[in-house]
Design a protein around this ligand. Structure first.
Ligand code: GLN
Length: 265
């Protein structure tokens, strides 16, 4: 009798987990990272998965390390998935495909250093924010561009569909060069093809550290908040994610993840 009750409870718990996780295993495309492929192969067929859409070109939030997607967002997603009792699968795609992946149900959530904007809120819900960011300007050492005002009439590189792209449009007479990856814009700057790059502050620091001859301007462009994008009709997942994020903030896990990737200044 007791045993029967226990197994009933187990079935109920599994059903609940399946609701929260989305159970996208059959529809998920082949994962990009080798490691995920192994994980998927090992997972029991009926294990509910939570699919994260990201663009793994955005250190320290998401990037490849030895074929595996790592970073602040990847670790936060893993911690949230664990709390929800789901297996995390990360799908790497172009940044401007993430919202569509979420609204179409191809992914359960988008987590990609994504800024909460009014425009995106028309298509998706955002979780509580987990990080603060700014848009900053990278220029070549010795450039005569010393502030945002000097960008007028210049060639500015951005990553397609990002807030940097949107803000660049507000600059008078600017020529915007759009790249699929942030580091492609940085490369073009290194090669002297463009005059500046507008990009989020933490990736900017990584790119400047990795590429000689580039500097960050002190003046920041905007203040922004990052959050997880979730389909508007999936309020169940939104609530569970917010509860998980609150717990991870409360017990210090979130800060420990950030500290692992961003050295205190
Ligand atoms: N925070 C920026 C945005 O949301 C850039 C994000 C990214 O390139 N991954 O548009």
């Amino acid at each position: 009798m007791k045993k029967k009750l226990l197994s009933l409870m187990l079935v109920a718990a599994m059903a609940l987990a399946a609701v929260a996780c989305g159970s996208k295993e059959e529809t998920a495309e082949a994962p990009a990272a080798a490691e995920e492929a192994t994980e998927e192969a090992e997972a029991p067929a009926d294990k509910a998965v939570l699919v994260m859409a990201t663009n793994a070109e955005f250190p320290p939030y998401e990037y490849y390390e030895g074929g595996e997607i790592v970073g602040i967002d990847a670790e936060i997603a893993a911690a949230v998935a664990e709390k929800l009792g789901c297996e995390l699968v990360i799908e790497d795609m172009a940044f401007d495909s993430i919202i569509a992946a979420v609204t179409s149900g191809k992914a359960d959530f988008g987590l990609a250093g994504m800024t909460v904007t009014e425009d995106r809120l028309q298509s998706v819900n955002f979780s509580d924010t987990y990080a603060h960011a700014t848009q900053v300007v990278i220029v070549a050492e010795g450039s005569d561009i010393t502030g945002v005002a000097d960008l007028d009439g210049r060639k500015v590189g951005v990553q397609l569909g990002t807030t940097g792209d949107i803000y660049a449009e507000d600059i008078t007479d600017v020529t915007i060069e759009r790249y699929n990856k942030g580091f492609e814009a940085v490369q073009a700057l290194s090669q002297g093809k463009i005059d500046a790059v507008i990009i989020d502050n933490e990736p900017a620091k990584v790119f400047v550290a990795e590429n000689e001859g580039l500097v960050l301007l002190d003046e920041a462009f905007t203040e922004e908040d990052y959050a997880m994008a979730i389909a508007k009709d999936n309020t169940d997942l939104l609530e569970k994610v917010n509860t998980a994020l609150a717990e991870l903030t409360e017990d210090g896990t979130l800060q420990a993840i950030v500290d692992k990737y961003i050295a205190a200044e």
